[in-house]
Design a protein around this ligand. Sequence first.
Ligand SMILES: [Zn+2]
Length: 255
Amino acid sequence: MKKREFTLIELLVVIAIIAILAGMLLPALNQARAKARAVNCVSNQKGSTLQALIYADDFNGMLPLVSKGYTHKDGHKVKSWADFLISTGNMDGQAKTTGCPSMNAKRRASSDEADEVTFTFGTWGEAATVNGTYGTPAVDTKPYAASVIVEVASGNSRFLNTGAAKSSDSLVYLQDSISGATSGADQSYFIDGTALQSYRHSARCNTAFADGHVDALSPEELAGRLKSNSDYGASSNLASFKYGDKNNVEKTQTI
Ligand SMILES: [Zn+2]
């Protein structure tokens, strides 16, 4: 019996069907991958905040925000909350667990800051200059009420005083961050209005609160949390905040 062979047309039809099926499946796979990263990001924020809370347990409820003025035992200058926790032995120094898995995990590599972990989730602890007077009405840089902020080392470092907080369950500690609304921007350990909150996970920003829980918030939902908590600054300081949307375009949310 003569063996039947595929014609070229049949082969092309089969290839076309496979291409169509792959085209249908790929968006679903990409969506699943994005979802997995968002879940992984929540897990990283929870782990980071837990380690900060363990530090706070031993030091009067203080969560590190920005940590300039400290020197790591290997000699490099500390800046970020993450590097501060690494220098105190509360964190193991794995850069990939202190930031968003949708972004590059890496360390700063400039000369006097080699090994510094700064490409991390962002805190609201830093103004344009960390030595500036705390309390200037600029919500993007200083949204916390002065009562929950402690400055040490001549104003070079700031801590969030959870012991003085009235509602730690809506007091922001860490957020997804972007160093600016420009292409190729990295994460930033501080959020100051130029470095922005990032709503990269399906238009939501993973946000860890001072009580240790993490929520994926829309800008409107975050505005609601800010409005209802007196641990944030005077209403004149809380008119709006800037953020980067899922495409890293700068937007403003009214509070
Ligand atoms: Zn993230």
